[in-house]
Structures are given as structure tokens and as C-alpha cells.
Design a protein around this ligand. Structure first.
Ligand code: N01
Length: 547
């Protein structure tokens, strides 16, 4: 099939430009999707809201931003030369290095020419009469496409605090997920950071080093284990590159997209000494990984008593590090299992609270009530600040899809369809929305995995499906309602066998008032999930209607 780009006189956007596929978002997912579809001979238009490519890694420029999956595993595997030629410099690459990498990929595969930057897709409407999508942007583009692929990211719509006065603050305000391009200097300033999730944990120690005063507003204490970030050992990098095919295979077959030695014992089957020796190794070893804390024993994520042993281990370390016992107590997470909210990697995180210029405010004891012209107010106190940093997270998984007015067959709105929670088939497709695919969509492992592994799996699967369709003269592919309902039930059932529902977290939608409380990601493991997706494809796309 040749690439087409003509004017159409169809009712689906008269005068609309015709392309085979529109991809929304130019992050890791969107760029690879573009590459894949171009290789298959499709004409593709990518729309990206940012001034540059990179998605999450374009917007998350706050001090300390870095990924917490090892660099050698958090990169594309689709091109043998690319994976060999790129040299990582740190165990966990900082945001500027990740952005350089993504830009390198964009140039290397000549991707930019199909990416329109500074453009937000506002509407996607399916026209049954021509079996095509009409995509509209905030810059007046109207394009007609056979396929629409949402590569909109799982954590791309920032959420703010739900208190009045945000706009009245006279100082500078920042959200970690929407950070300005130019450097922000906090030297000598009075700074507030609200939020102690992964972003807060990364930004807090660095702001503390330069600010005159830093006040951290914590609603829920987090489990933070030491990152031990360091310059990458060249020998380690060489060794991984030498056996990349095996490394990738093992990651793809693993639970979280990062292969770990298989646990064989319950945490309760071994002695306290043996258990704590394991936790201590993860805590102290400079090469350990976050996921190791969850995968050392078989029941860390399924048994509360087993989980509590790791939770208590972390609490004990906090008590050792933080010198003021009252502050240590406030920093010790309680009331939810380790790992059921996203645990964090930190560098000098707990140590930062020993600094004389840092104060912790426990919002459980005294909730925020207002943003004032000069700072913040809690139930008990008012504070004056020069800067407020909102590290308050995202409307995860569905926020970016809900931000686009998406209408499927019969004009049905996706937002209304998902009012009680997303129903998807494999997290890839939605009944009633033919030829619409969601990369790392709700109901897939996505955020419960190494995102690069999950992104590549979805892009490859969607690319293969489209290729098959075109070979067989199929024009539309649509998830069947029964298959989607069954899959969504399965996602919930598997979630309910774990401890995830025991925490109020963004995994469960609990961080956004009014959002349905369901398990938004699939915890069945990326290996098992990949097998399921492959089986569906091999069975002539079982659960999909091909027309
Ligand atoms: O967001 P979060 P994040 N009043 O939702 C608090 C990935 N990521 O940007 O827990 C007061 O985790 C909220 O409190 P609570 C990673 O997957 C990865 O930090 O809801 N506080 C919480 O403390 C991560 O999980 C990396 O009670 C409010 C914080 O703000 C995900 O992105 C780095 C509040 C939000 O934490 C999101 O992380 C960064 C309110 N109204 C991000 N609303 C790495 O790879 C929210 N909070 C290292």
C-alpha cells in the first residue's frame, strides 16, 4: 500500500487531509508507533502537544527527575544498532539524558517529518459511513484516518490540589509534570513542596540544598528505598549489550518487565534474620533495583503479614536515619502495604529531613485549606512562600484519553462509556470504537511494568494486527463487548488477589476525587499478558470483530 495524503470530499471531514493513521503523542510510544507504521507503508500523522518530542520525559524536567528502571533496560530494543550504539552514563538516567536519547531516536529514524508539535488533539469522531476517524486539533487541523492510535501516556495529565486560591498566589508556582523549559533557581528562596510521591521524593532533596527554607507538605508517607544511583560501570554496560537478545527475552517474560531471580519461598517461611538480610541487601547494594524489594519472596504482594515484614524493615531504617523522632514517625508509612502505592527510590530523601532549613508538615494532622496570595494555609497555620511546587501527581491511565472528546460508533462518548471505570479488551481496544488502539491503555500491565517493555509489546502487537488486516483486506477491527467485559473482569479479579486494593493510590484511581475506584492496570505480569495477546492474535484475533 502506498502512503496517501490527499484531500477528501467525504462526509468525514470535508476537505480533511487523508492519512492511514493518526498517532496521538510523540513520547516513547508514539515515536515507535510512527516508525512501525511507516515501515508497514502507512501514511501517518503524529500530533504532539509539547514543543518537542519525548512525552513524559519532555514535560518532567524538575530537578532530580530520572527514571527508576536501570538505563540498560529502559530503552528501545527494536533496533539492534541503536541498542548497541547508545552509551548510557548512569545507572538511572536523568531526564536530560532520556530526552537526548529520544531526540536521537527521532533523528536516527527520521521521525520528525511526520510529527506536528505544539498541537493538541481535541476530538476524535468515528464515522461509520466511511469507517474512518475524523481527528480535530486545537490548531484547526482536521484529518481523516483509518486508524487512530492513542499514545497519550499513562501519567500525562497533571492533577492539582483541590483547595481554593491556587490562582491567587503571587509567587511562582510549578507542577512537576509540567515544568518550564528554562532552569528554575530556588537559591535563597522560601519553597513549599506539596506531595511526597516519586516526583516529590526526587525534587525535595535538591530544592533543600539551595532553598533558604523548604516546607514539605505530606499527606501520605511513602516507602522510599535508596536509589544508589552512580555512573554506570562500563563493564556492566558492555556485558548487558553483549547478551541483549537474552536480556530482552528475560525482561519480556518477567512479571514487571525487569527480570529477577524467581522467588521460591514465602517471606514467612524463612527466619526473621534471613528475611531482613535479604531486605538489607536490597537496601544497601549499589546495584540493587526497586523491584527487588517486591520480588524476593513469593507473597510480598499477596499476603499482608509477609508484606508487613518489608514495610517494617523500611520503617526501621527511617527511624535510624531521621534524628527527630517525631519527624521520623510522621515519615514512617503506615496503613497500607509496601508496594500497594508506588514505592519510590530516593537519594538523600530521609536525610533531607535532618537539615535545619527543612520542615515537614503532616497534612493528616492538619489538612491544607487554601492557597493564599502569599503562601498556603492549613487548618492550624498560615505559611509564606516565594515558590510552591505541586508534586501532586496525575489523573493516571485515563486522564489523557478523557481530555480528548472521543466518539465511537453511534456517536457514543468514550468518557461516558467509562464513567464507571474503563472497559477494554487487553487494554488495547474498546468495544464500539473500531480501529482505535490505546498503547499501554487501562487494563494492560503498563504502569506496573518497565514501560519500555510494555510500550514495545503493544506497538508491535498493533502494528502486526494492522499489517494482517491489510494483507487480508480487512478494514475494521473492533473489540467485542463480551470479550472486553470478560477481560476487564479478569483484570479486577487478578487485582483483587493482591494487596493493591488495600491502598488509596493512583493505581486505583483514588487520588482523583470522583474517579471510579477500580484497578486501572493489569497485575498478571507482562510475560503472561504477552502470551495472552499473542494467543489472541494467533487465533485470528479472537474477541475482535474483523470486517
Ligand atoms: O505523583 P503521585 P508523582 N493535597 O500521585 C500528594 C511515576 N514517576 O508525580 O498519596 C495534598 O505518586 C499525594 O498524596 P496521597 C511513578 O509511577 C516515576 O509523584 O494521595 N497532597 C502524593 O504524596 C509515580 O508513581 C518517577 O495522599 C496531595 C503526591 O501528592 C507516578 O509517576 C518519577 C494532594 C502525588 O504523588 C506519579 O508520581 C516521577 C492534595 N490535594 C514519577 N493531591 C521515576 O521513575 C495529591 N497529593 C523515579
Amino acid at each position: 500500500m502506498t502512503a496517501t495524503s490527499e484531500r477528501s470530499a467525504s462526509p468525514t471531514g470535508q476537505g480533511a487531509r487523508q492519512v492511514d493513521a493518526v498517532v496521538v503523542g510523540a513520547g516513547f510510544a508514539g515515536l515507535y508507533m510512527l516508525h512501525k507504521l511507516r515501515e508497514l507503508g502507512l501514511s501517518v500523522q503524529v500530533y504532539e502537544a509539547g514543543d518537542g518530542v519525548g512525552g513524559t520525559w519532555y514535560w518532567n524536567r524538575y530537578p532530580g527527575a530520572r527514571v527508576d528502571v536501570k538505563s540498560v533496560y529502559y530503552n528501545y530494543s527494536f533496533d539492534r544498532d541503536l541498542e548497541q550504539e547508545w552509551e548510557w552514563t548512569e545507572k538511572y538516567p536523568p531526564q536530560p539524558e532520556l530526552l537526548r536519547y529520544i531526540n536521537h531516536v527521532a533523528d536516527r529514524f527520521d521521525l520528525r517529518k511526520d510529527v506536528q508539535l505544539r498541537t493538541r488533539v481535541t476530538e476524535a469522531v468515528y464515522d461509520e459511513s466511511v469507517a474512518r476517524w475524523r481527528i480535530t486539533t486545537n490548531r484547526g487541523d482536521v484529518v481523516s484516518a483509518q486508524f487512530t492510535i492513542m499514545a497519550t501516556g499513562c501519567l500525562s495529565v497533571s492533577k492539582m490540589v483541590e483547595i481554593p486560591g491556587i490562582a491567587t498566589f503571587n509567587g511562582r508556582s510549578f507542577h512537576t509534570g509540567n515544568w518550564p523549559e528554562q532552569d528554575v533557581d530556588f537559591t535563597g528562596r522560601r519553597v513549599a513542596v506539596i506531595g511526597t510521591g516519586s516526583s516529590g521524593v526526587q525534587v525535595i532533596p535538591l530544592v533543600a540544598e539551595v532553598a533558604e527554607q523548604l516546607t514539605v507538605f505530606q499527606r501520605t508517607a511513602n516507602y522510599v528505598i535508596p536509589a544508589h544511583n552512580h555512573a554506570i560501570d562500563p563493564e556492566f554496560q558492555r556485558a548487558v549489550k553483549a547478551r541483549y537478545p537474552d536480556v530482552r527475552k528475560a525482561n519480556r517474560e518477567s512479571s514487571f518487565g525487569i527480570a529477577q531471580p524467581e522467588a521460591t519461598k514465602s517471606a514467612l517461611e524463612v527466619s526473621e534474620g534471613e528475611r531482613n538480610a535479604y531486605y538489607r541487601r536490597v537496601w544497601t547494594n549499589k546495584d540493587s533495583e526497586l523491584v527487588s524489594m517486591l520480588t524476593g519472596f513469593t507473597d510480598m504482594l499477596t499476603d499482608e503479614t509477609a508484606n508487613e515484614t518489608a514495610a517494617q524493615f523500611v520503617r526501621d531504617r527511617i527511624a535510624e536515619i531521621v534524628t527527630d523522632p517525631a519527624v521520623a514517625k510522621a515519615l514512617q508509612p503506615t496503613g497500607y502495604p509496601f508496594g500497594a502505592k508506588r514505592p519510590c527510590l530516593g537519594t538523600n530523601y530521609y536525610e533531607t529531613f535532618n537539615r535545619s532549613n527543612v520542615r515537614l508538615v503532616d497534612l493528616r494532622a492538619t489538612p491544607l485549606t487554601e492557597v493564599t496570595q502569599s503562601g498556603l494555609a492549613t487548618m492550624e497555620e498560615t505559611f509564606e512562600f516565594d515558590d510552591i511546587v505541586y508534586a501532586t501527581g496525575y489523573d493516571a491511565m485515563t486522564g489523557a484519553l478523557a481530555a480528548i472528546d472521543i466518539h465511537g460508533r453511534g456517536g457514543v462518548s468514550l468518557q461516558e462509556e467509562w464513567a464507571a471505570g474503563p472497559t477494554t479488551y487487553l487494554g488495547l481496544a474498546v468495544a464500539g470504537f473500531p480501529n482505535l488502539f490505546t498503547i499501554t491503555g487501562p487494563g494492560s500491565p503498563s504502569v506496573l511494568s518497565n514501560m519500555l517493555v510494555s510500550i514495545e509489546q503493544h506497538v508491535d502487537w498493533v502494528g502486526d494486527a494492522i499489517d494482517e488486516m491489510r494483507r487480508n483486506g480487512v478494514t475494521t477491527m473492533e473489540a467485542e463487548a463480551d470479550a472486553a467485559e470478560e477481560w476487564t473482569r479478569h483484570v479486577a479479579d487478578v487485582g483483587n488477589t493482591t494487596l493493591y486494593p488495600k491502598a488509596d493510590s493512583w493505581y486505583m484511581g483514588s487520588n482523583v476525587p470522583g474517579k471510579p475506584r477500580v484497578m486501572f492496570a493489569y497485575i498478571g505480569g507482562v510475560g503472561a499478558y504477552r502470551e495472552k495477546c499473542d494467543q489472541v492474535a494467533a487465533a485470528n484475533y479472537e474477541g475482535f470483530t474483523l470486517t
